[in-house]
Design a protein around this ligand. Structure first.
Ligand SMILES: [Zn+2]
Length: 404
């Protein structure tokens, strides 16, 4: 197996001027994922993406990351670096993501999870290990400092109850690691000063506080960080919605709403998030950091407009009718959209390939992405996720829907 370069310390000794010797990284393979064999080797690597696990339980974080193959490395609070997915292979860590117009960044990045929280400092041992690991990866892949990003910088969400447009701010994962003083600890000397996708109009800001932490003036940054760390920051108020607190976990079954009278409901049991009483406490449970983006269903998750917002008529919005026929948004009129039948499945931000034939294999259409959990095959009127399909049983004529 290819190992990270061991000559790194030697690289630091330049012309007889010995810089402080970097400690040797301590690696462990004890949580190496069995999913390595099913993950393709990336054809390009232009980013390093940093995450925080949002749990203090190292054991449960490691098991989840290993079982789902959700990162390339995990850095323990004691500084030990666990190899999860070979750094050359695709790990499912970024989910729906965009940077400079490029999407599906799992295919272009190494993902590093740090055991800890997006708004709390990591340990010194973690910063040291992160700095060294990032240094090695930058060297191997020729990645400049400003291409080392946090998940919160690259994750984006499709329209939902809170936002009519695709937006930045789906996650705050890794947020503090984007702050200049932390980047200095990681030996990162340059950073993005603006969000390129917001600037270009591809996305809107979906989390003002996150945007201020990442790109605001020094006073905006300070204000935002103190706001996030405030002890009552999980209480709903006139200025703080369920979205502000739980992000895209607002309607998850793992998010609990404790009302002022003490009664509780889970996110998926709440019909209207606009009328939650002030003082409702939102407890965001441990959730899969990067669940596969699944389709939504008209009737279950609302009307087409609730699901697709401003993207309702785009060609990247795919509607799969209950009878198995599919249409792209631009093939429909606003009136057609109102008449979409109950049970129509809606895929947002997707491209269409196919039909599959011996001359047009799934891998030729979208590379290794064909077997992702968020790629779907339309077979006999049903949508089958790529990670559950036997490649020898994909019938000729099947269509494939994959994230752009
Ligand atoms: Zn993350």
């Amino acid at each position: 197996m290819f190992r990270l370069l061991k000559i790194w310390c030697a690289v630091l000794v330049v012309g007889g001027l010995a810089l402080p010797a970097a400690a040797v990284l301590k690696f462990s393979n004890s949580y190496y994922s069995s999913r390595n064999k099913e993950r393709s080797v990336r054809s390009s690597t232009s980013l390093i993406i940093l995450h925080t696990t949002e749990t203090s339980s190292t054991g449960s974080a490691l098991r989840k990351l290993r079982d789902n193959g959700e990162c390339n490395y995990f850095i323990c609070p004691n500084g030990v670096v666990y190899r999860i997915i070979d750094h050359r292979r695709v790990a499912f860590h970024a989910g729906r993501s965009m940077w400079q117009g490029k999407t599906n960044l799992d295919n272009h990045s190494v993902g590093i999870e740090a055991g800890g929280f997006h708004n709390k400092p990591l340990t010194r041992a973690q910063y040291q290990a992160l700095a060294e690991l990032i240094g090695e990866l930058k060297y191997i892949y020729k990645i400049p400092d400003h291409c080392v990003l946090t998940h919160s910088q690259v994750a984006y969400g499709v329209p939902n109850k809170w936002h009519k447009r695709s937006h930045r701010g789906r996650k705050r994962c890794g947020m503090l690691l984007a702050r200049p003083e932390i980047r200095a600890l990681l030996n990162l000397k340059s950073r993005p000063l603006v969000d390129p996708d917001v600037k270009a109009g591809r996305l809107v800001v979906g989390d003002v506080y996150l945007a201020n932490v990442l790109y605001g003036s020094p006073s905006q940054k300070q204000q935002a960080v103190s706001y996030i760390n405030a002890p009552d920051s999980n209480l709903i108020s006139s200025g703080r919605s369920a979205w502000d607190i739980a992000r895209d976990g607002y309607n998850a079954s793992t998010t609990t709403y404790v009302f002022p009278n003490g009664t509780k409901k889970q996110g998926h049991q709440i019909a209207d998030f606009r009328f939650l009483p002030s003082g409702t406490r939102v407890v965001v449970g441990a959730e899969v950091d990067n669940p596969a983006e699944h389709y939504q269903t008209i009737g279950q998750q609302g009307k087409a407009q609730d699901i697709a917002g401003a993207e309702v008529l785009l060609n990247s919005t795919i509607y799969v009718y209950p009878n198995g026929v599919y249409k792209r948004g631009h093939q429909l009129t606003a009136t057609d959209v109102l008449k979409l039948p109950y049970g129509t499945k809606v895929l947002l931000g997707y491209d269409v390939g196919g039909p599959i034939s011996t001359a047009k294999l799934p891998s030729q259409i979208c590379g290794g992405q064909w077997k992702s959990a968020d790629t779907y095959f339309l077979i006999a009127g049903a949508l089958m996720p790529g990670n559950q399909i036997d490649d020898k049983k994909i019938p000729s004529g099947a269509m494939i829907f994959y994230k752009k």
